[in-house]
Design a protein around this ligand. Structure first.
Ligand SMILES: C[S@@+](CC[C@H](N)C(=O)[O-])C[C@H]1O[C@@H](n2cnc3c(N)ncnc32)[C@H](O)[C@@H]1O
Ligand SMILES: Nc1nc2[nH]cc(C(=O)O)c2c(=O)[nH]1
Ligand code: SF4
Ligand SMILES: [Mg+2]
Length: 216
């Protein structure tokens, strides 16, 4: 059984594929936070910007098997022959649920498959675009992929710790803390990130363009 918080068609807002038309499938649940505000300060990941509890979001629900979910997700892609269909699995932590059966079912329908993961769980085979976003001291079990996208700054996860891993692209994404009780300003995180990228040209700035442009 797959638990999906929400699913929708939008533009990828982050990283090297930013601007690309994508079906997003947000799985429910995460291994680094319960998703409840009362648990945030004791969670292994404390700056999450996402509601991933339950199945009550747009197009959310429980899906019994891979074929049923793949048909449901395919219907969110427009009826066109233009471009390669692209799906992004996120969450919550998608690697708690994404499996080979669902990957195979979507490949069969012509999709390229992207995953946004915290990198602490093993990935099934067949993912076309793997984006790992380390969280504090939580050890990575995935140390290679297409994209390493670090939220910056994090006290306990400096870019230098990840710079030698086998990723094609290295991004720093300013921490959005606007929703946190003791929020530092987002502008400060953006300027710190900018400074870091200017002095360490291996890294590129990833702005969350969906938040700037105001789409999902
Ligand atoms: C909500 S997470 C879900 C996927 C996975 N659990 C992960 O952490 O990568 C999706 C992306 O948003 C990023 N993100 C989460 N909270 C953020 C924040 N407050 N500011 C900037 N990016 C954030 C994550 O690092 C990740 O790259
Ligand atoms: N447009 C858009 N792009 C995104 N890239 C990563 C997202 C995520 O929440 O994983 C996300 C999201 O929620 N919306
Ligand atoms: S690991 Fe990802 S989904 Fe889980 S709490 Fe952190 S940012 Fe949110
Ligand atoms: Mg998001």
């Amino acid at each position: 059984m797959y638990h999906v918080k929400e699913a929708f068609y939008t533009l990828q807002g982050e990283g090297a594929q930013a601007g690309r038309a994508s079906v997003f499938c947000r799985f429910s649940g995460c291994n680094l936070w319960s998703g409840r505000e009362k648990d945030r300060s004791s969670a292994q990941c404390q700056f999450c910007d996402t509601d991933f509890i339950g199945t009550d979001g747009l197009n959310g629900g429980r899906f019994h098997d891979a074929i049923t979910l793949a048909i449901y997700l395919q219907a969110l892609w427009p009826n066109t022959t233009q471009g390669t269909p692209y799906i992004v699995f996120t969450g919550g932590e998608p690697l708690l649920q994404l499996d080979k059966a669902l990957i195979d079912a979507l490949h069969e329908k012509g999709f390229d498959i992207a995953v946004e993961t915290n990198g602490t769980l093993p990935a099934p085979e067949g993912i076309d675009w793997l984006c790992v976003s380390p969280k504090g001291r939580n050890p990575l079990v995935i140390t290679q992929g297409q994209e390493l996208k670090l939220v910056y700054p994090q006290d306990t996860a400096a870019p230098e710790e990840f710079a030698d891993l086998a990723f094609t692209h290295f991004f720093l994404q300013p921490m959005d803390s606007s929703f946190l009780a003791d929020s530092a300003t987002v502008e400060k995180a953006v300027s710190q990130t900018t400074e870091y990228c200017l002095s360490h040209p291996q890294w590129r700035l990833s702005m969350q363009i969906h938040k700037i442009a105001g789409f999902a």
